[in-house]
Write a protein that binds this ligand. Structure first.
Ligand SMILES: Cc1ncc(COP(=O)(O)O)c(C=O)c1O
Length: 375
């Protein structure tokens, strides 16, 4: 029996392959929400050319990527900081929170926010979101707020009016827009198009939409003085030359953006409808390329069975504050893969004993020989 710790994030295929006792390539990963249409064809073409860039140090600032992003967003390049994934930029946002005072953290939230805050001993208070994942009517006093829009793990989309209420309340606003590119009209919901605010930080990722999780690329849009402060805090070359090169190629592919948006709506509706037909599952409406599902059966049990019997990896939500064993999250993938998932879940749920159902009082997963959930 291999003792492997439960991964903190989705997408840990090595861990999953050990549990499923298969090769990594045999897994279908629904746990990380990555665009199945990608990466854009232009990125593969640029990959070869990018080799020449490896012979030199990457541009520390003022890169072509920064200019490409500035042109797309219609803002000054000095307001953009490119990062080694959105996760690296969350770290510096955590440091800003520590400088600001107390952070209000609506939960459940992407687990990396806590890491970023803890890295700088930033004081924070967790506040439960409403049952439908909208913002609660009242928030405690604080200096900063950190929120994903669309929200992870629910896919809830906060309206410009809901965000405007936060603009009035906090001196530092961190909006994580890692999934916003999946909306038909990102500008209609982005905090970048809201009122001007001297403490506004928007963080985005190229990981999910452009299907480049291994490349590590994201960016932040923030006030110029803050951008300069972050550059002084960081190591000199946080974004490698290949990532910069491929990032420019990804952004140039407008046809890929159109194709992705045309694919997502119908694919998500079809998957949601398929899941909703299964016993004990309630699918929450979501605006991103994943769905949060509430389950009468233990999601830990479902994850284990899907892995062992079908080599399908989903994300149970025990690591999200306030969700626990009753929820799992799945990426929207290609049609045949989505059908595999609904078929496999139907089979497992038909056999799931009452003891593994969380509703009522029997909440423990069935006995297992593998440490799928060793905590
Ligand atoms: C809400 C959210 N923000 C940020 C990230 C990190 O993205 P990246 O891969 O660009 O570091 C993730 C990754 O899962 C996420 O879900």
């Amino acid at each position: 029996m291999i003792q492997t710790p439960l991964p903190a994030h989705g997408g840990d295929r090595q861990w999953a392959a050990r549990i499923a006792r298969c090769r990594i390539e045999e897994l279908v990963d629904f746990s990380a929400s990555i665009n199945p249409l990608g990466p854009p064809p232009g990125v593969q073409a640029a990959y070869g050319e990018g080799f020449a860039d490896l012979l030199h140090y990457p541009a520390p600032h003022g890169s072509d990527l920064q200019s490409a992003l500035a042109a797309r967003l219609g803002i000054e390049p000095e307001r953009i900081v490119c990062g080694n994934g959105a996760a690296e930029l969350l770290t510096w946002a955590g440091r800003e929170c520590a400088r600001a005072g107390r952070t209000v953290l609506p939960i459940p939230a992407f687990g990396d926010y806590r890491r970023a805050l803890a890295a700088f001993d930033a004081p924070y208070i967790s506040v439960p979101l409403a049952a439908d994942f909208s913002l609660p009517k009242t928030l405690p006093p604080g200096d900063a707020v950190m929120l994903a829009n669309p929200h992870n793990p629910s896919g809830y989309l906060y309206s410009p009016t809901a965000l405007a209420a936060l603009f009035d309340r906090f001196k530092l606003l961190i909006f994580d827009e890692a999934f916003i590119d999946f909306l038909d009209d990102p500008a209609a919901f982005s905090a970048l198009c809201g009122p001007a605010h001297p403490g506004l930080i928007v963080i985005r990722s190229l990981t999910k939409f452009y299907s480049l999780p291994g490349l590590r690329l994201g960016y932040a849009v923030l006030p110029v003085a803050m951008a300069a402060r972050w550059q002084a805090w960081r190591d000199p070359w946080p974004v490698n030359a290949l990532a910069q090169h491929l990032g420019v190629a990804a952004l140039a592919d407008l046809d890929f953006e159109r194709r992705t948006r045309a694919w997502l709506g119908p694919a998500r509706s079809r998957l949601a409808a398929g899941l909703a037909l299964l016993p004990g599952l309630t699918v929450l409406p979501g605006a991103a390329n994943f769905l949060l599902v509430q389950s009468a059966a233990s999601a830990v049990h479902l994850q284990a069975e899907l892995l062992r019997r079908h080599r399908l990896l989903i994300r149970h939500c025990t690591s999200y504050d306030g969700l626990g064993e009753r929820y799992f999250r799945v990426a929207v993938r290609g049609e045949s893969e989505n059908d595999l998932l609904t078929g496999a879940l139907a089979e497992i749920l038909a056999k799931t004993p009452a003891t593994s159902r969380v509703d009522g009082c029997a909440s423990s997963p069935p006995p297992s020989t593998d440490p799928v959930h060793p905590e």
